[in-house]
Design a protein around this ligand. Structure first.
Ligand SMILES: [Zn+2]
Ligand SMILES: [Zn+2]
Length: 236
């Protein structure tokens, strides 16, 4: 049964959509954040994929990246390969708060979570450093993680993980520099995560260095298991 608040929020969103119809991030046509034609161009990550990092693979064994990296998370999964309309949509969410898009992403991640068969106790998002958060006004990963937590009925915690160092953007760095850049950059709250199975959400996974450092920090604070979910993953 739907709550009154849910009905009201749906009504408000319908009215907003009527005045400002969503525009497709890829082709600009009106009616949806990603139109049905552009939706067809998305590349879902399907079996076989690496059981650890979740990147597409030719077999079901750990991939070369995972054999070399020894990740501290149990597993990572992404809904799509980072290409085409999903790339445009993620970029759009990074710079504009768009509730329609974040709910769309959350819906994709809810089915990936269910298919993975994980049992998380807590959902959190890869955090931004305070100054960067103030500059952008919001954390795009949190915008995806919050509606996702609602959909899979697991509590969301923004205080579980914080970024305490203003690191250089990962895109400027190679794989080795990426993990060095993030060392000691996060802080986890033991009172919130101890003995918990934590699900971390991010928009894009590249080398896995960010998820890995978050997982390392959460483990140090006593988390028992770490799962990672991203909307898209770059293909190696
Ligand atoms: Zn389109
Ligand atoms: Zn892998």
């Amino acid at each position: 049964m739907k709550s009154g608040a849910g009905n009201l929020s749906q009504l408000i969103w319908k009215t907003v959509d009527w005045f400002y119809p969503p525009v497709c991030v890829e082709c600009g046509s009106e009616g949806a954040n990603i139109c049905p034609e552009c939706m067809q161009t998305l590349v879902p990550i399907q079996e076989p994929f690496c059981p650890i990092c979740g990147k597409p693979s030719r077999h079901h064994n750990p991939c070369a990246l995972c054999a070399a990296s020894q990740f501290e998370f149990s597993a990572a999964r992404a809904a799509f390969s980072y290409t085409g309309a999903i790339r445009s949509a993620i970029k759009k969410l990074k710079y504009f708060q768009n509730l329609g898009l974040s709910k769309l992403f959350a819906g994709f991640l809810a089915s990936v979570y269910t298919n993975a068969g994980w049992q998380a106790d807590l959902v959190t998002a890869v955090p931004l450093f305070k100054k960067r958060l103030a500059g952008r006004g919001f954390n795009q990963s949190e915008w995806i993680a919050r509606p996702l937590a609602g959909m899979i009925r697991i509590p969301f915690s923004s205080g579980a993980l914080q970024k305490i160092v203003n690191t250089r953007p990962q895109v400027e760095l190679d794989q080795q520099e990426r993990s060095r850049n993030l060392q000691e950059a996060f802080r986890a709250e033991p009172a919130l995560v101890k003995t918990k199975k934590v699900l971390i959400v991010d928009d894009v996974m590249t080398t896995g260095a960010t998820f890995n450092e978050c997982a390392h920090t959460l483990r140090q604070a006593g988390a028992s298991e770490i799962y990672c979910l991203s909307v898209a993953s770059t293909v190696i």
